[in-house]
Design a binder for this molecule. Structure first.
Ligand SMILES: NC(=O)c1ccc[n+]([C@@H]2O[C@H](COP(=O)([O-])OP(=O)(O)OC[C@H]3O[C@@H](n4cnc5c(N)ncnc54)[C@H](O)[C@@H]3O)[C@@H](O)[C@H]2O)c1
Length: 400
């Protein structure tokens, strides 16, 4: 028999609503049975909108509801550890939104809690499940881009929608932890999650908002195979939400644009009636919506993967271990932003490849031979070739 799951949803805010929409709107077998929120009003509102049987302001009672087998955590970051520990103790499968913890120490405690309890766990990192990303990852895994050399991932918008995000203590940081966690996992997915992240250098600053946390950050993450990841985040970008990724390989390139330039744009003089797309700043003038937001942000495929893996007794693409590695990379970014030097990624629990030798591009077996560095057809039609002599290192060009 095909299983279906009954869910306790913790949090009836922005992400709780998106998750419920994704699970309930289409013909998914999974149902939210109980929703917890701080305020009865929000919980009752979500319950009424999506036909959720029960709502409560008691988190423990929600987790321990005997009618549910799965807990989805959609709470502010400072509550993830507590909620995951309680859900694991209740013997339930635990699916947690990003970032897993406010830091690697919290994430590791969450990982230990689910592994000790022997319960299923998934890290809800939607942006590695967008349909475009899934197709791109498939191409990369088939070798269409050769060796992945450089992955750039950018998420910028005008700033988050709830007070707790802006509180460094509750969130664990600012734009870097909030959005850099997405970029980090996108980068790891393309470079290979088995490849160890070694060190990072990061700049972070507060350029616009009156807050203690950073509202901008740029970081480079160097991996053991010498590939590089580039994280770019801002809470001060004007004009909506800019989600872009670039993958540069030895044999190919992929550019991904997930949000503002998806090929769908319309103009309205009178207004679109309110909500247009996440973080859109106006509902008038030229608008850049997306067709099916939940799907294009990856939520649909993310839940399909998590529940399929749960039913088949497999590991999902993203689990708490991935969330822990992401937190460890972000921790190193914060240390580097402070020290202004490259900082090692501290992973006391590393489960990937231990090999640190760079995977070199194929080179000529003949040590004395010239190797082709580059060739290009010039505007006058000549073919220009650049060679390097392997023995002397001398560079020369030849025109054919
Ligand atoms: N793309 C994504 O995966 C994505 C997008 C947005 C948010 N998130 C994550 O989801 C989590 C929740 O974010 P959100 O945007 O839904 O937040 P939100 O402020 O919209 O909702 C927070 C929910 O938590 C409840 N809550 C319980 N205790 C609280 C407390 N002490 N302070 C504030 N709220 C409390 C609120 O009642 C509300 O139901 C965060 O971890 C965030 O990083 C993920």
């Amino acid at each position: 028999m095909i299983a279906s799951h009954r869910i306790t949803l913790l949090g009836a805010g922005f992400i709780g609503a998106f998750y419920t929409h994704t699970l309930h709107k289409y013909r998914s077998r999974e149902r939210v049975q109980t929703v917890y929120s701080r305020s009865t009003e929000r919980a009752a509102g979500l319950a009424a909108e999506w036909g959720i049987a029960k709502h409560t302001t008691d988190m423990k009672a929600a987790i321990e509801d005997p009618e549910t087998d799965t807990v989805i955590i959609g709470l502010p970051n400072h509550l993830h550890l507590q909620a995951a520990t309680m859900a694991a103790a209740a013997g339930k499968a635990v699916l947690c939104t990003k970032p897993l913890g406010r830091n690697a120490e919290e994430a590791q405690r969450m990982l230990e809690a689910v592994e000790k309890a022997g319960v299923f766990h998934a890290y809800l990192e939607d942006l590695v499940y967008t349909p475009k990303t899934l197709k791109s990852l498939d191409a990369v895994h088939k070798g269409a881009l050769g060796k992945v050399l450089w992955v750039r991932s950018r998420e910028t918008h005008p700033g988050p929608h709830s007070a707790w995000f802006w509180d460094r203590e509750m969130a664990g940081g600012g734009a870097l932890i909030d959005m850099g966690c997405h970029c980090t996992e996108i980068i790891r997915s393309f470079i290979g999650k088995e490849v160890k992240p070694v060190e990072v250098i990061c700049w972070a600053d507060t350029l616009m908002h009156q807050i203690d946390a950073e509202d901008h950050a740029i970081a480079l993450v160097r991996f053991a195979n010498h590939s590089i990841g580039q994280i770019e985040v801002s809470w001060a970008f004007r004009g909506g939400m800019d989600l872009r990724d670039e993958v540069a390989g030895s044999e190919g390139t992929i550019w991904l644009d997930h949000f503002l330039r998806t090929g769908f744009q319309y103009y309205t003089n009178v207004g679109a009636g309110g909500y247009v797309a996440e973080k859109a700043e106006s509902d008038k003038g030229w608008l850049f919506p997306v067709g099916d937001e939940a799907n294009e942000l990856g939520y649909t495929h993310m839940f399909i993967d998590a529940f399929d893996a749960m039913d088949q007794g497999k590991k999902p693409v993203e689990d708490f271990y991935d969330g822990y590695v992401v937190n460890a990379i972000i921790d190193a970014c914060y240390r580097s932003a402070k020290s202004r030097i490259w900082e090692p990624v501290q992973l006391s629990d590393w489960r990937g490849n231990s090999d640190t030798t760079p995977s070199a591009l194929p080179r000529s077996a003949d040590a004395a031979a010239d190797e082709l560095v580059k060739q290009e057809v010039m505007p006058d039609g000549r073919l220009k070739k650049i060679f390097r002599n392997r023995k002397s290192g001398q560079i020369r060009e030849q025109i054919d």
